[in-house]
Design a protein around this ligand. Structure first.
Ligand SMILES: [Fe+2]
Length: 261
C-alpha cells in the first residue's frame, strides 16, 4: 500500500476533478440559513449526548478529525466550511445530496472523493434512531474519518472497485459487507482497548453503548470472513471485526479488488 503523503497518494487525489455524471441529478445546495433554532438545538443535543462516551471510546483518528474539520457542538455544520478545512488535507469533500443514492451514483461519488451528505436533520421524536440517513449520521458519524489520509485513500479505492462491479450483484453484496464492517460498524484496537470508528457506532448512542458494554463478539478482522458475514440492518450487531491499524482496511480493499475484479 502507499502510506499517506506518498506520491501515489497525491496522484490519486489529483484525479478527482472530473465532473460527476451519474450522481449529478442528486446534487443540491445546503440551505444553511434555513435551519431553525430548534434544528440547531437537536444537533447540539445529539453531539452533547455522544461526546462524553466518544472522548473515551472513539478511535483517536476520529477525535482528531472532529477537531480538524471544525465541527461544533452547538450548531449544524456548514458543509462549505467543513470542506474548506477537509479538502486541503485529503482531497475529500462532504457534498450535499437530496437523499439515498442509487449504488452507481454513490460509488461514483466515493471514487471522486465526494461523500454524499444529506442536509436534513432528524426531529426530536427520533433522536436515537432514524431509518433515513441525516446530517448528524453523515457528518458527525462519517466525515471526521475522511481527514485521515489512509482512511481517505481506502474509501476512494473502495468506491472505484465497486463502480467496476456494477454488473455483478453477488460481488457487490460481498463488497457491501466490507463497507458495513468497516465504514459503518468498524472498531480498532488501540492501546489494548476496542475503540469505535464506524459511523453507525459513532452516531448512535445505543449502538456505541452496546459495544462498550462488551455485547457483540469482537473478531480479528479477516477479509474472507467479513465478506461472508451476513448482517441485519435493523438489529444491534452480534459480531464486529477489529483492525489493528487503518492500513488493514486499505489493504483489504486492494485484496478485494484482486479477488473480485
Ligand atoms: Fe452511514
Amino acid at each position: 500500500m502507499n502510506p499517506p503523503g506518498t506520491v501515489a497518494g497525491a496522484e490519486r487525489r489529483k484525479q478527482t476533478s472530473e465532473p460527476l455524471t451519474v450522481a449529478q441529478p442528486f446534487l443540491i445546495q445546503q440551505q444553511w440559513d434555513a435551519y431553525t433554532a430548534e434544528q440547531h438545538a437537536v444537533w447540539a443535543e445529539l453531539v452533547r449526548r455522544r461526546m462524553p462516551q466518544l472522548r473515551e471510546h472513539a478511535a483517536e483518528e476520529y477525535l482528531n478529525g472532529f477537531e480538524q474539520i471544525g465541527l461544533k457542538e452547538d450548531s449544524i455544520p456548514k458543509l462549505s466550511e467543513v470542506n474548506r478545512r477537509l479538502a486541503p488535507r485529503t482531497g475529500w469533500n462532504a457534498t450535499p445530496v437530496s437523499g439515498f443514492l442509487p449504488p452507481d451514483a454513490f460509488f461514483e461519488m466515493l471514487g471522486a472523493r465526494q461523500f454524499p451528505t444529506t442536509t436534513y436533520i432528524r426531529s426530536r421524536e427520533s433522536m436515537e434512531y432514524t431509518p433515513e440517513p441525516d446530517i448528524f449520521h453523515d457528518v458527525f458519524g462519517h466525515v471526521p474519518m475522511h481527514a485521515h489520509p489512509v482512511f481517505a485513500d481506502f474509501l476512494q479505492h473502495y468506491g472505484r472497485v465497486c463502480a467496476g462491479l456494477m454488473h455483478d450483484k453477488d460481488k457487490l453484496e460481498r463488497m457491501g459487507r466490507l463497507f458495513w464492517f468497516t465504514v459503518e460498524f468498524g472498531v480498532i484496537r488501540q492501546k489494548g482497548k476496542v475503540k469505535l470508528y464506524g459511523s453507525g457506532l459513532i452516531s448512535s448512542h445505543g449502538e456505541g453503548t452496546h459495544v462498550i458494554e462488551g455485547k457483540p463478539e469482537i473478531r480479528e478482522f479477516n477479509l474472507d470472513q467479513v465478506m461472508d458475514q451476513k448482517f441485519l440492518v435493523s438489529e444491534e450487531q452480534k459480531v464486529l471485526y477489529a483492525v489493528e491499524s487503518f492500513d488493514e482496511i486499505y489493504e483489504a480493499a486492494q485484496e478485494a479488488e484482486k479477488r473480485l475484479s
